[in-house]
Design a protein around this ligand. Sequence first.
Ligand SMILES: Nc1ncnc2c1ncn2[C@@H]1O[C@H](COP(=O)(O)OP(=O)(O)OP(=O)(O)O)[C@@H](O)[C@H]1O
Length: 631
Amino acid sequence: MAAHISNAASDATNGPQKTFDISALPKSNNFTRKLPPDEEYPTPATSHAAERKLLGPRLVKNAAYTFVRPDAMKSSELVGVSKAALRDLAIDPTTIDSEDFKRTVSGEKIITLPDEDGTPEDTAVYPWAQCYGGYQFGQWAGQLGDGRAISLFETTNPSTGERYEIQLKGAGKTPYSRFADGRAVVRSSIREFVVSEALHALHIPTTRALSLTLGPEEKVRREMMEPGAIVARFAQSWLRIGTFDLARSRGDRVLIRKLADYVGEEVFPGWESLPAKPPSYDEAAVVDLPRGVPKDDVQGSAENEENRYTRLYREIVRRNAKMVAHWQAYAFTNGVLNTDNTSIYGLSIDFGPFAFLDNFDPNYTPNHDDHMLRYCYKNQPSIIWWNLVRLAEAFGELIGAGARCDDKKFVEDGVEKDFVDELVKRAENLIEKTGEEYRAVFMAEYKRLMTARLGLRQSKQSDFDELYSELLDTLEAFELDFNHTFRKLSSINTDEIDTDEKRKEVAGIFFHHEGLSKTVGSEADARARIAKWLEKWRGRVLEDWSDSANAHEERVTAMKSVNPNFIPRSWILDELIDRVEKKGEREILDRIMEMTLAPFNDSWGWDSAEEERLCGDVPRYQRAMQCSCSS
Ligand SMILES: Nc1ncnc2c1ncn2[C@@H]1O[C@H](COP(=O)(O)OP(=O)(O)OP(=O)(O)O)[C@@H](O)[C@H]1O
């Protein structure tokens, strides 16, 4: 069957670019070449020969990865490809029905076998699984690692210069599988395929998904036997905070430094790309920091002395602050924010029991097993910071070393006794300051996004309480839908809400189709409160757009470009899974992906009744769903 390919456009790299067959993509192997391999099987050749033996659970020390090839499924069917992903990777869309493409994304074919074609080790591209650990629900969980994900190769899109690591999830066992099977089931794979591309289309930093391949003959044991699936996914980096946690838990300062150097030199575009020391920690001061500080420069003095590792840590922190600000502004909940699910590059990563909020409820978690609500919506910014403090513990010695970070003695022998107090004091001080920076970057980004979502052009100090907080409190109090509210607000004409009566009338558009729930108060109260809020909002819109001749049209266009019409909510994903997995439908996946990749459209030229249903009110008993993810 021909693979379905979405026709929707994405914002990424529009215009003509050179494209390739997947096997002809320009490839590199920086990760495996520059980081230490599993000492027991240090080359592709040794690992390939020993492949079966290395699969049992074991501890892998002083290493960032193990060479291991995917284990293909018994049979496979390519059912989905993201066109936005093809473009970003520079893969020729006309080649996706080729055996070459299908066999590569299903793990049947690996692109270079050094022991078969004689490629020298230093240029060999051979698949690998990463070694990492993690704090799970606040507890140290020890070594985890890619138990079912195998990276194939790195590729750089020649038009954008962006380098990605392509990886298969569900592609069989690795030395990190512990006692599990290395497989992924269809339902979790559909969810990851769709949401990765959804977040990207919403401009939320995320790992991506290229394709979805089903393995109908696979028998994967979960609560029941289920078929398997493989998602081909890609990211600028798959390194996680857990990668550093594991090295730190073993006191492996050599590996921590190698990993940090790799991130500074390879993951980010060089040490000079990192942010200079902020002049202060006000929101305005931290937003656009100069870059270009030479690698060995140290800024500040005494306990404020910032070396390149401090700048590196701050860059990781800043990226994560921006990412979580996007989650809060679009009401996305990850559901399992362990440190092995927190990205060094600041990407949304690991899609288990995630969800977009339906009604606004700050305590909502999509994770059925998270009884303490550790990872609920409102806790996400503080949990990401908690995770970043774990990273700070791994980075502490490098941060605290200040100008002495390259001293031979420090590098080779560790911290000398008479330097300990100074180092600790400096590290503690800089980490605390970075906490302030995290908060300021988060707030500035959140305000930027909310300002745009509300159709305003400038953020005013008073907007936070009067517009954002009051809106969120109102949505929570009357159990109203978060994302629908913004889309509906987009089209309101300020001329049509110029009296209290009219505002009360319009307020009804924010209610669910069945009206208000009996427990939340009277309809009159709800209309009065929303009307009051609309009055303030109208005032701010008029203020911000006063110099525009076509204020209404321009504002509607601006608001619709940031307030999605379509979001793959839990009920939609459940229906999609049922139709693809149980009913054997295929076209629906393509349709949903078209909507996913162009979420701000008014329509997609499909069946208008279906589009309306999928963009409309969430069916009453399918709101705020939860999963417990055996995936
Ligand atoms: N079926 C499985 N087989 C082998 N290892 C697994 C399996 N399921 C989970 N793991 C491993 O357990 C750990 C935690 O799992 P989690 O569900 O958070 O990650 P994941 O979804 O498998 O991976 P990723 O974070 O790469 O998306 C990871 O190390 C993961 O590789």
